[in-house]
Design a protein around this ligand. Sequence first.
Ligand code: ZN
Length: 301
Amino acid sequence: MRDFSADHRWLSINTATVRRQRGADWPLAQILDACAARGIRAVAPWRDQVGVAGLAATARQLRALGLELSGYCRGGMFTYTDAAGRQAVRDDNRRALDEACTLAAPCLVLVVGGLPGALAGHAAHREIAAAREQVTEGIAALLADARERRMPLAIEPLHPMYAADRACINTLEQALDVCDALDPPLADGTGRRVHSGALGVAVDLYHVWWDPKLAAQIARAGRERLLALHVCDWLTPTTDLLEDRGMMGDGVIDIPRIRAWVEAEGYAGYSEVEIFSATNWWQRDGGEVLDTCIERHRRCV
Ligand code: ZN
């Protein structure tokens, strides 16, 4: 397992962590500058932030600063209520794929969607199994393009509290079942089963830390399918379902233990700090938040 205590070379910042400091949006260009100024080597920007900053301008700035991506946030939201909705979802995901390629992301992260319409407050039906079928279909369609573009797709299972409105894939096991169905392992000639790496998972500790099957499913994923590692902490009590994530070390997740499982499979990528925190971290100076991420990353990850 890598030693994170001496430096922060494996730290990436998900840009939502500092997206709206003290009530005002922190522009993406300034976030990138502030990360680079601190020796942070990677970020994971959100599509809406890139949209505001401009795709070409963001790509130029990343190159100029020598910043890599640990992932691109995000594609997905595959569920729909009619044919027009289905087409719109597919078109939007192809655009996300193009953007990820332009930004040289290592993967496009997929938050797959919940019951159709639920995010807007009116679920079209209660058939979560049907929603999951739409998700599998949507990933299958996108995977064909993603293979051509050589852009890996990372399915991010979300905590079951988001099953209705954000993601009906809620465990690593479910995500890997989809990987097996759409991108089956191949024999490599020596009897070993290998994965193509075109489809895998993003392991976000906030969503999966509680899962009794976590260690076994990380081992099942193996190196080729472990595409991203997201870290933060689970606060008790949690006061908001979406925007009360904790800084590493402030909650109950055994982060080093889970990172050890992931690295035992050969994962050697960034550990990406992703914190949505309306009443604490978004209320502070962005520079202070980044400095805290660096310090906690060395001590608690
Ligand atoms: Zn995440």
